[in-house]
Design a binder for this molecule. Structure first.
Ligand code: PHE
Length: 341
């Protein structure tokens, strides 16, 4: 029996010395000290030897067990330390890839900030909208030909007796009368940024896009206030030295109406290959039509206002440092393109 103990001990020590992983050491521990382990079985058999022999063998077993356990511990520690030795702190780390906000989200945030600084409140109105707010309340009665300019998607649901058909809003101007009804008594200074939908798709139009709509209503608001606000936006968004100009135009919901141009950033308004005339077209604006004020339950004698509505994608594309050859790429999933922003 004594010989068995010493044999087992030597075998265990040899195995431990040649083990080179924590898992292997754990397996050795189980092989020897587990429920059916070789050492455990020896201890079970100790009953068979005579009483005084048992005492002597017991000491040998204890001593052997102790040295195996010690070596196991040592070896575990050695393995941990050798791993540490291999750690090279000078190896450059791996940078985890992190994304960033979508270029349109960033632009929307920037526009909100710019108008927020001069007291405009951010608003959002439904994208699935009634005809009433998208057209009728904006001085475009049913069958008015001006409606054709907005290539509208209609939703196939029963007509509402008061508000008419349901559409995907083709512009953020639906927020004008909604904001008037919400606020009640002016002043109003709203910036409504939302998704819009039109049935068109080419390099400068996506069927889903964004507009930002400004609406200011108070006593004594004039075109001067409109022009000042637009120049402020042009300088804040595109940089000092840029200005806007108003060109006569027609919208049913503003009178007078304008198209707004911004001076070209390349030639500073002198005329070049990019802009031809020195000016680039931004979008529509005008003084709120009295009928629209009435639809919003605001007295057109006491109050006046201006409104403008431009495309978020368009103003971004006109920042000449960003190359967007096709607006639809902004809504693609090609990360090689999107990660440039
Ligand atoms: N809603 C108009 C469009 O989509 C733009 C506009 C807004 C014009 C407000 C005048 C005033 O083209």
């Amino acid at each position: 029996m004594q010989e068995d103990v010493l044999n087992i001990k030597n075998q265990a020590l040899a195995q431990i010395m040649s083990a080179d992983s924590a898992a292997e050491l754990e397996q050795i521990r189980i092989d020897y000290f587990g429920r059916n382990g070789r050492f455990t079985n020896i201890i079970k058999n100790i009953k068979r030897v005579s009483a005084d022999e048992r005492k002597r063998i017991g000491l040998i077993i204890n001593e052997a067990k102790k040295s195996i356990e010690e070596l196991l511990e040592n070896q575990k520690r050695n393995l941990r330390e050798s791993v540490r030795e291999w750690f090279d702190p000078t190896v450059p780390g791996q940078k985890p890839e992190i994304g960033h906000l979508h270029p349109i989200t960033k632009t929307i945030n920037e526009i909100s900030r710019i108008f927020g600084r001069i007291g405009f409140e951010r608003a959002r109105y439904p994208e699935v909208e009634w005809d009433h707010f998208a057209f009728e309340a904006l001085n475009m009665p049913k069958n008015h030909p001006a409606r054709d300019e907005w290539e509208t998607f209609f939703i196939d649901v029963p007509e509402n007796s008061k508000y008419g058909k349901t559409v995907l809003t083709p512009h953020t101007s639906n927020g004008q009368v909604r904001e008037m009804l919400r606020v009640g008594t002016p002043p109003i200074r709203m910036i409504n940024i939302a998704k819009c939908y039109r049935r068109q798709s080419d390099i400068s139009h996506a069927p889903m896009f964004h507009q930002f709509e400004g609406l200011v209503i108070d006593e004594d608001i004039s075109i001067v206030n409109l022009k000042g606000t637009l120049d402020y936006f042009a300088k804040s968004f595109y940089g000092e030295g840029r200005t806007t100009r108003l060109r006569p135009y027609h919208f049913q919901f503003t009178e007078p109406s304008f198209e707004i141009d911004i001076s070209c950033g390349v030639c500073k308004g002198r005329g070049c290959k990019v802009c031809k005339s020195g000016w680039l077209e931004l979008g529509g604006a005008g003084m709120v039509h009295p009928n629209v004020l009435k639809a919003g339950k605001i007295d057109p004698v006491k109050y006046s206002g201006f409104a403008f509505g431009w495309g978020v994608e368009r103003v971004l594309m006109m920042k000449e440092e960003v190359g967007i050859p096709d607006v639809r790429m902004i809504y693609g999933t090609d990360l090689r393109y999107l990660s440039q922003f």
